[in-house]
Design a protein around this ligand. Structure first.
Ligand SMILES: C[S@@+](CC[C@H](N)C(=O)[O-])C[C@H]1O[C@@H](n2cnc3c(N)ncnc32)[C@H](O)[C@@H]1O
Length: 295
């Protein structure tokens, strides 16, 4: 017959277990890293470029695209670029873009214009299964235009259905070359219309454009896949074009720490763009033969 452990001893041992697992969690690499990132973000330690690299900024995925778009434009000698958000809703993303643009513009000495595309009245009528009606409904994400406009300092709102605003955007706004695009329209039909912006004359586009797609990963309710939603629009875009392709950002997914949003970044490559082959990398890529010890 086993000896019964007194209740007090059992409670004490449970508490000790709990304390050590909480302590372990607090000291875990992951939690320490997140805490350090929050500290860097709120104390604004280092340059904006350094904070973007660490992900220690608001919406790091937006910042990443704007920063690298501006850096590429700068290396190519552009003085001004445009950054677009497709799908604005309440405007939190557009306001974050303004903050990134202000900081990056100052650090890299390049002008950045921002445009936000939205119907203003939320998701339009869904067309068919490709718009994922099991997840979205018409009218979701209505914008409070007055409230948003009162907060915006530089971004321009391009209001109306993207099937109408995208085809006339370039002739109406004569934008600086598009360098980064955030796509958050949710629906296949709307994303299909938005991606047609990349068919504009090359004077309005950089040879490579940093893009973020909000709805290509998701959860078990969304179940995004290659045959519906934003993923289908991307696939069809690539099928329609032989020299312009949206490609995954492989370089991000090989970083030591991989953030979920790395899988949502894609880069538009226009191989036929007259500036596509311009050298923008490190000048000195020589690999000297190292002498062996003792030589
Ligand atoms: C999820 S919300 C965008 C959220 C926003 N990016 C943010 O970060 O807060 C999607 C938006 O796409 C817009 N939208 C969807 N289809 C559209 C279309 N065909 N034309 C214009 N806007 C559209 C909706 O009005 C909605 O505001």
């Amino acid at each position: 017959m086993g000896t019964a452990i007194p209740l007090v001893t059992r409670v004490k041992s449970k508490l000790a277990d709990l304390r050590s697992s909480t302590l372990r969690l607090l000291l875990s690499d992951f939690v320490l890293f997140r805490a350090a990132i929050l500290l860097v973000r709120y104390l604004k330690v280092g340059s904006y470029a350094q904070r973007v690299r660490l992900g220690a900024v608001k919406r790091p995925h937006y910042a990443y695209c704007v920063y690298h778009a501006a850096a590429l434009a700068k290396r190519l000698g552009y003085e001004r670029i445009s950054v677009l958000e497709f799908g604005v809703a309440g405007g939190t993303g557009l306001l974050a873009l303004e903050e990134h643009a202000r900081n990056i513009s100052r650090e890299l000495e390049i002008d950045i214009d921002i445009y936000g595309f939205d119907s203003g009245c939320g998701l339009p009528a869904l067309k068919d299964y490709r718009d994922l009606p099991y997840h979205w409904k018409a009218g979701f994400f209505r914008m409070n235009e007055e409230a948003l406009v009162s907060k915006l300092t530089m971004a321009k709102l391009v209001l109306g259905d993207v099937s109408e605003t995208v085809p006339r955007f370039v002739s109406e706004y004569k934008p600086a070359p598009v360098a980064a695009v955030m796509v958050d329209l949710d629906l296949y039909s709307a994303t299909d219309h938005a991606l047609r912006l990349f068919d504009c004359a090359e004077a309005y586009r950089l040879p490579r454009i940093f893009c973020y797609f909000d709805d290509i990963t998701g959860d078990e309710a969304e179940l995004y896949n290659d045959f519906t939603g934003e993923r289908l629009a991307i696939r069809e875009f690539n099928e329609r074009h032989s020299t312009v392709k949206l490609s995954k950002a492989y370089h991000l997914t090989t970083r030591r720490r991989v953030e979920p949003w790395y899988y949502q970044i894609m880069v538009l490559h226009d191989f036929s763009h007259s500036r596509y082959n311009d050298f923008v990398s490190r000048e000195n890529q020589q690999l000297p033969l190292k002498a062996r010890r003792g030589e």
